[in-house]
Design a protein around this ligand. Structure first.
Ligand code: MCU
Length: 388
């Protein structure tokens, strides 16, 4: 009886609270399960065994997924530095970040359509390998300058590491996402760029596609993720890739990737031959982008793991479906073509996503699931609820 008086009060208080204080209610663990599981981890169970039943629960689940993936794969993604300043000169946006008495600066170049804007934009790692339509600005981001990716000896080099120290746990993918986060700070503070910061997408191909995926996951202000041919370390799930490798495929796995480059944190080395003990897998990297827009653009080159990326992203779409927004995520990967040469058979899918999420137009993004046959059911032992 007593509760009938208290509960309505609590409900009102909780619902009226600003987003940040509601999120503060999430209980984010600092240690993570490492029990071997060859199936993709259940995105609807908290690490403590509790069920994810509501959309608010899922927001909390994403926080623990983010904490786990940072601890085990990506390294720490730092919050906004104490001071970030930006200035625009012509098409060059200069961004300075200060923390702990150190300052680093970098620039991006912005190509806007003609007119007054504000325009949507796509941040392109290196250079865009997808066609950017008229009406959308391109922001060219030199990710290598923020975190080097020149093999093992380049670990800890780049502007990010100049600021946070060469021993920082972040791998290059995380350092780049930090740079994208600062670009967003700069766009929000500089209306002269004529960019609408609420309509910004991010793209990159191959190794930079892994980067674009991770940036879409870690930077919540990104409206649309367009990772292209990211393969292993991006759209592929570590566990599915290991199973494909065991079937004899020439596919990149965790054990290979940690030796090839510094995309991941050093912490990931401990998991390279036991990816089945990771607390998360990359279907949940897609889940971290949800409910925002995500079109995963793939290729059927064996090394990229087409069965793995397809199964993994099918599992990712189950998360979007559970959230009631199945059409906010799709994957398009039919056919084998030259690496990072955008094929015409992916154009209509790309156009639909850009129209809907960046140009605010009506567009049909329903059920885009294109790839080789991949039996996602054999990699999962959970069912997706309808989150209320
Ligand atoms: C698909 O991305 C990578 C791949 O992970 C590497 O193993 C390979 O060396 O390079 C690919 C790439 O970035 O190609 C441009």
């Amino acid at each position: 009886m007593k509760y009938s008086i208290i509960l309505p009060f609590l409900a009102t208080t909780v619902l009226a609270a600003p987003l940040e204080s509601r999120q503060a209610a999430c209980n984010v663990p600092t240690t993570f399960p490492t029990t071997a599981n060859s199936k993709l981890p259940n995105p609807f169970k908290f690490f403590n065994g509790g069920d994810v039943k509501t959309k608010a629960d899922f927001e909390c689940k994403n926080k623990e997924v983010s904490a786990a993936i940072q601890a085990q794969e990506l390294g720490v993604f730092p919050p906004k530095p104490s001071t970030v300043t930006a200035s625009l000169s012509g098409s060059t946006l200069s961004i300075s970040s200060t923390e702990g008495g150190k300052t680093v600066s970098f620039t991006v170049s912005i190509k806007t359509p003609s007119g007054n804007g504000p325009f949507p934009a796509i941040i392109a790692y290196g250079a865009a390998s997808i066609p950017v339509p008229a009406g959308v600005a391109t922001i060219t981001f030199n990710n290598d300058n923020i975190g080097a990716q020149q093999g093992q000896s380049s670990r800890g080099q780049g502007k990010f590491f100049d600021l946070y120290g060469s021993g920082h746990s972040a791998g290059a993918l995380t350092a780049w996402a930090w740079g994208v986060d600062r670009v967003m700070d700069a766009l929000e503070a500089t209306s002269a760029t004529k960019i609408d910061p609420k309509r910004v997408g991010v793209t990159g191909c191959s190794r930079n596609g892994k980067g674009a995926f991770v940036a879409a996951a870690l930077v919540g202000r990104i409206a649309l993720g367009l990772p292209q041919e990211s393969g292993s370390g991006g759209a592929a799930c570590w566990r599915v890739s290991d199973s494909e490798k065991a079937k004899g495929k020439n596919i990149q796995t965790a054990s290979q990737i940690v030796g090839e480059n510094v995309w991941f944190s050093k912490n990931f080395n401990a998991f390279s031959t036991k990816a089945n003990t990771l607390a998360t897998d990359h279907h949940q990297l897609a889940g971290m982008v949800a409910p925002r827009g995500l079109l995963v653009i793939e290729n059927e080159i064996d090394w990229l793991g087409p069965v793995s990326t397809t199964a993994c992203m099918k599992a990712g779409r189950l998360i979007y479906k559970a959230l009631g927004v199945p059409d906010n995520m799709g994957f398009t990967g039919s056919g084998n073509h030259a690496h990072c040469q955008f094929p015409s058979n992916q154009q209509s899918d790309l156009t639909a996503y850009i129209n809907k999420f960046l140009l605010n137009q009506d567009a049909n993004t329903a059920n885009i699931e294109k790839g080789p046959s991949a039996d996602v059911a054999s990699y999962i032992d959970w069912t997706a609820p309808t989150l209320t």
